[in-house]
Design a protein around this ligand. Structure first.
Ligand SMILES: NC(=O)c1ccc[n+]([C@@H]2O[C@H](COP(=O)([O-])OP(=O)(O)OC[C@H]3O[C@@H](n4cnc5c(N)ncnc54)[C@H](OP(=O)(O)O)[C@@H]3O)[C@@H](O)[C@H]2O)c1
Length: 314
């Protein structure tokens, strides 16, 4: 599988999300999915210290499942492990309005707990999962810097951040001689929600044109796109009202045309479109068959005319 860079890390061009593992997907299936991903050359695994805290979960489940797989396969060094901090509710049964946040002390405590659950001595990429404007960026970035210094974390990144906050955080890191965020993980796919619509998934922040422009100008900010498959809504689930606008009709029309031309699925064209922009799709799968379809996207070559048609449908 092709590789991308996130700071000093080399990661696979596709990342595998593990959110449902240990909770909705049992070890037998989740191990088979991770085995197939690794066999295909995938290295970049994404989890969090809060998957999944809702629906009666604690938030420990996904990290524990990934930890069990790494221990069973003995392949920790072959994988690039990413986890997140900041969006775990302080009390089980509560939500993001009661999240742990991003103080330096919280970050250090949460990292120790994640390392324990994953059964590893370091994670490769550590994200701030959501913003916490109640603490200073110096406190947050100083906390991350101490973890990098101690070798518990190799690179840091942010998720669900406004572009200006991401830029300010990087400026604070640079001013202090600390490691800076090397990647941003936001929601992104080919279909775009209506401007200013509230996304039904609490906490999701969409990639903006401004962020894409910022990353292109900086040159050292990797983009990771979650929910690139719209959680299955390109296939068998209805699109939410947030995608109910004329641009969706036009984009779906081109998407289906291009898929037919290539003998590919719509999911694969969406992923190929992201890959061509050097954006890392962070995909979920609850069966090996779903992952097989995703892996097929790596074989798709969009020509310039197809990219033009896809890009110009708005
Ligand atoms: N930073 C954040 O705030 C944030 C937020 C959300 C997610 N994430 C990360 O991103 C990862 C992926 O998120 P996501 O699950 O929303 O992304 P996604 O890749 O858009 O959706 C994956 C889901 O789509 C369905 N699917 C996938 N392939 C399919 C296929 N070939 N046919 C039919 N259905 C298919 C499956 O749902 P069914 O099992 O229902 O069929 C699968 O669980 C997560 O695991 C997590 O690591 C991060």
């Amino acid at each position: 599988m092709r590789r991308q860079r996130i700071g000093s890390l080399e990661v696979s061009a596709l990342a595998l999300g593990t959110l449902p593992f240990g909770k909705w997907v049992d070890d037998r299936t989740s191990f088979a999915i991770m085995d197939r991903f690794a066999e295909a050359g995938g290295t970049f695994l994404d989890t969090s210290n809060n998957y999944v805290f809702w629906d009666g979960g604690t938030g420990d489940e996904s990290e524990l499942a990934v930890g069990r797989w790494l221990a069973a396969r003995g392949n920790r060094d072959a994988m690039v492990l990413a986890t997140k901090v900041g969006a775990r509710p302080l009390t089980p049964g509560t939500g993001l309005d009661n999240a742990e946040g991003l103080s330096g002390d919280t970050i250090r405590r949460a990292a120790a707990a994640s390392l324990e659950r994953l059964g590893v001595d370091h994670v490769d990429l550590y994200y701030s999962h959501i913003e916490d404007r109640s603490v200073t960026l110096e406190d947050t970035l100083g906390g991350f810097a101490s973890l990098v210094r101690e070798g518990k974390v190799r690179e840091i990144a942010a998720s669900n951040h406004a572009t200006w906050r991401f830029e300010r955080a990087r400026a604070v890191s640079r001013a202090n001689g600390w490691p800076a965020y090397a990647a941003v993980q936001q929601r992104y796919s080919y279909l775009r929600p209506r401007p200013n619509v509230t996304l039904p998934e609490g906490g999701h922040v969409h990639m903006t044109d401004e962020l894409l422009d910022y990353a292109a100008a900086e040159g050292d900010v990797a983009l990771v796109a979650y929910s690139a498959l719209l959680a299955g809504r390109y296939r068998d689930k209805p699109l939410g009202q947030e995608y109910d606008h004329p641009g969706t009709t036009r984009r779906l029309e081109v998407l289906h045309q291009v898929a037919a031309e290539l003998g590919a699925t719509v999911n694969q064209v969406v992923l190929a479109w992201l890959l061509r922009q050097d954006i890392i799709p962070l995909v979920g799968a609850t069966s090996v068959a779903q992952l097989e379809e995703t892996l097929g996207a790596l074989e798709i070559k969009l020509d310039d005319d197809q990219v033009d048609r896809l890009d110009s449908a708005a």
